[in-house]
Design a protein around this ligand. Structure first.
Ligand SMILES: [Zn+2]
Length: 124
């Protein structure tokens, strides 16, 4: 019995590949479709994360009125408005060792008992 070596399948259409075993696709068209879908999927993930970050920023913005430099809110209030603590754009640690978590230009500093100090990054 002869063992068929070519059991690899095209990663796009699933057809059995003939010839070189290092091939992943049957032709350029399958390769292009596959790569385009991959790109689309990546940008979908990026879009979802961007929306979460923008929502987080809006929530912080809504808690801090224009006349104030800082405001306080507790975790419950933030969660109720849909804040997702997992997502942030960057961290900032002061010389005194306090770390602010930012979503773009708005951020917070965790205080005691699940309270947060909401801050806005000032223009330099
Ligand atoms: Zn194919």
């Amino acid at each position: 019995m002869i063992q068929n070596e070519n059991t690899k399948k095209c990663e796009q259409c699933g057809k059995t590949l003939k010839g070189r075993t290092d091939k992943r696709f049957c032709d350029d068209s399958c390769r292009n479709v596959y790569n385009n879908q991959l790109k689309l999927q990546t940008s979908k993930q990026v879009r979802i994360i961007n929306l979460i970050l923008q929502k987080n920023r809006r929530i912080l913005e809504s808690l801090l009125s224009r006349e104030e430099d800082t405001a306080k809110a507790n975790r419950e209030k933030l969660l109720k408005r849909g804040y997702q603590f997992m997502y942030h754009t960057h961290l900032y640690t002061t010389r005194t060792g306090r770390t602010y978590t930012y979503c773009y230009d708005y951020g917070y500093l965790p205080l005691d008992n699940d309270w947060f100090l909401i801050v806005r990054k000032k223009d330099e």
